[in-house]
Every structure is written in C-alpha cells, then in structure tokens.
Design a protein around this ligand. Structure first.
Ligand code: HEC
Length: 142
C-alpha cells in the first residue's frame, strides 16, 4: 500500500516536472550571458527589421510547438508572458542557443547567431505590452 502511494507520488511529480514550464532555465544562465546585448542595439528601425526577419524564422521553426500566434500549444508554453517580458535579451539568446532539451525545447545553434538575435528581437516585440515589461533592459521604441 505504502509502496503504491510512493509510486503514485513519483509518477505525479514526474508528470509535473515534464509538463509545467517553470522558468528553471533562467537560473542556469551566467551573469555574462544574462548581460549580453543584442547586436541591433536600441535603434528602433534596426530592431523592427530584425523583428520582421525573426517573425518569419518563428513561423518556420517555432510555430509548430509554440503556436503561430506564440500563445503556446498543449504543454508548450506561450512566448508572450510576464516571464518572457522579464527575461533579458541575453537570457533569450542563451535559451535559443542551448535549448532546454530535458523539457522538450530544442537548441537552435544551427541557426546563425544573427538569426537567433532576430528571433530575440521578434520575441521582444511581442512582449512590449506585457505587464511589467518596462523592467527589462530594453528601451521601448518611441
Ligand atoms: C519541439 C517543440 C519546440 C520547438 C520546435 C520550439 N520550442 Fe521553445 N519550448 C518548448 C518547450 C517544451 C518549452 C518549455 C521548456 C521548459 O519547460 O522550461 C519551450 C520553451 C521556450 C521558451 C521559454 C518559455 C518559458 O516561459 O519559460 C522560449 C522563449 C522558447 N521556447 C522559444 C522558442 C523559439 C524562438 C523557437 C524556435 C526557434 C522554439 N522555442 C522552438 C518546445 C519547443
């Protein structure tokens, strides 16, 4: 009886581990990676171009898991959220480079760094109106 209960608990905690996106990846990022800034800087025109290219990359590579509206699908989390609004550009670049394979997020280092930064610019543009996004290191374009 105890054993069955123990196994049930183990099963449940494994299920939660597998299915809840909890942002644990953010705690694995070094200060240097966290502080890394986009090569597109804060120039609104450059960022807008980068985000447009990133939107295309997102539809080609990411939409099948995160949804073409980036609102998430099944157990795959939305890309528009308070967590993402709070993450730095460096955090997002780190996640795209390394992925979170144990949780089902593939690494994307086969995409050139420039394309990964374009994806970061797109993700950032999606989160400009998310609550508290003003606390990120990015300036909002005027
Ligand atoms: C095979 C499915 C899959 C594909 C394709 C995929 N992702 Fe993910 N992604 C996931 C899963 C699953 C997670 C949740 C990981 C976790 O639990 O921390 C995730 C997490 C994320 C997160 C962090 C979300 C959060 O709230 O913690 C971001 C940002 C992200 N993905 C961006 C992308 C981008 C950009 C692409 C395309 C280059 C992409 N993903 C492609 C499955 C996928």
């Amino acid at each position: 009886m105890r054993r069955t209960l123990g196994l049930t608990c183990l099963f449940l905690s494994t299920a939660i581990f597998l299915y809840a996106a909890d942002g644990a990846w953010l705690h694995r990022i070094s200060h240097a990676d966290h502080d890394r800034t986009s090569p597109f800087g804060n120039d609104p025109a450059q960022l807008q171009n980068a985000a447009a290219a990133g939107a295309q990359l997102f539809q080609n590579n990411c939409a099948k898991c995160h949804g073409s509206d980036a609102m998430g699908k099944y157990s795959r989390p939305p890309i528009i959220s308070e967590r993402i609004a709070h993450a730095s550009d460096g955090d997002l670049f780190w996640l795209l480079t390394n992925g979170n394979p144990w949780k089902g997020m593939p690494p994307w280092m086969m995409l050139p760094a420039k394309q990964r930064w374009q994806l970061v610019a797109y993700i950032r543009s999606l989160n400009l109106n998310t609550p508290d996004s003003s606390s990120t290191s990015q300036e909002k374009p005027q």
